[in-house]
Design a protein around this ligand. Structure first.
Ligand SMILES: [Zn+2]
Length: 362
């Protein structure tokens, strides 16, 4: 009755070792190992205790097999510094997000993936190519999350219990691109993270492993070029700009002040000395740790529409969670901050939603 792969997924998602799960559930490591290997199946009572210890519904554990997301296909930053428990918990969160997405895809017509793989281009060239393919010209991008969603990327929120891990991305079954964003940062940094993960999807998801210092550097360069296109920046006359001019120019691109300063140096509009002076000034004004007076976090149009439709059809979120074999709490963790709603106790308490992305069906 137990689906072994689901027990493994749940344990990893909860950041538990076999012995910590044994301690919490009162079931021996030996039995747990046998359950996970599929050599033994637990009695219903035992499975119930496991479900309680892992804080997931009983139905989660008897649903069909789940395939893990391969470690090599995920764009984790600083993978070598990350503990296996943290990495596996985030990977488990990614796998749960895939389940949530499947539920949504069965009910809504969503944009098909349209993210090119350009492994042979430099980050700068790749960013320009994607902008051209998507018809963005050299204009600022009003909303990164909406842009990604309209090109078939599924964007979810990094569960708060994974916050030691940064944003990450992967292509599920080598096709469907996913980006999981850390929503604890400023709006500007969130946009940069989203563009950084797009860089991994474009540059690294085909032939190359999307982590390691070189891949990180390339994703940073991609994000910088994608959000602040060369021709657009050159047209702004920012040669030798000081902190004050950088602060006024960054509003146009909705990027962090320090990110714009870096881009200006990269495009040789700032000398090394000018750059360091500007960053020092910006730091003293609080623009290193945060983004004073910055923009609000971007939200998801796609998820917003899904939850609005549920509400209009009077389908409680608890039903959706039940269908996906999750608790409302677990479901909430993966959409939190991206939908202008608070999901609480199965009820939706909502703020007005501004639907714009066409989500067909329902
Ligand atoms: Zn990265």
């Amino acid at each position: 009755m137990l689906t072994a792969s689901r027990l493994v997924l749940a344990r990893k998602r909860r950041r538990m070792t076999l012995s910590s799960l044994a301690k919490k559930s009162g079931i021996s490591v030996r039995s747990l190992t046998a359950f996970e290997n599929g050599h033994k199946t637990p009695a219903p009572e035992t499975l119930k205790s496991l479900a309680e210890a892992l804080e997931l519904p009983f139905s989660f554990f008897i649903a069909p097999e789940v395939e893990e997301i391969a470690v090599d296909s995920v764009s984790f930053r600083a993978l070598s510094k990350m503990s296996a428990l943290d990495r596996d918990s985030a990977r488990g969160a990614g796998r749960i997000v895939v389940e949530i997405n499947e539920w949504i895809e069965q009910r809504f017509g969503l944009p098909e993936p349209d993210v090119p793989t350009l492994p042979h281009l430099s980050p700068e060239e790749a960013a320009e190519r994607v902008r051209a393919l998507w018809g963005l010209g050299e204009a600022p991008i009003p909303n990164m999350v909406h842009l990604l969603e309209s090109h078939g990327v599924r964007v979810f929120s990094l569960a708060a219990d994974c916050s030691s891990v940064d944003a990450f991305s992967f292509r599920w079954k080598r096709t469907r691109p996913f980006i999981v964003l850390n929503l604890e940062k400023s709006g500007e940094r969130g946009r940069f993270d989203a563009a950084h993960e797009l860089g991994h999807l474009v540059l690294h998801s085909e032939h190359r492993i999307p982590h390691g210092p070189e891949a990180e550097q390339e994703a940073q360069q991609f994000a910088s070029a994608f959000l602040m296109p060369k021709s657009g920046i050159l047209a702004q006359q920012l040669y030798s700009a000081d902190a004050r001019r950088i602060l006024s120019a960054k509003r146009k691109w909705q990027v962090a002040a320090v990110a714009l300063a870096y881009r200006l140096k990269d495009l040789e509009l700032l000398s090394e000395w000018n750059y360091r002076t500007a960053v020092k000034q910006l730091s003293s004004m609080g623009y290193r740790s945060g983004e004073p007076g910055g923009i609000t976090r971007e939200s998801s149009q796609l998820l917003g529409k899904v939850f609005a439709t549920l509400r209009s059809q009077k389908i409680p979120v608890a039903r959706m969670a039940e269908d996906i074999n999750l608790t409302v709490e677990e479901l909430n963790l993966h959409v939190f901050g991206l939908v202008p709603t608070v999901v609480d106790g199965g009820e939706l308490i909502s703020a007005p939603i501004r639907p714009a992305l066409r989500v067909v069906g329902s």
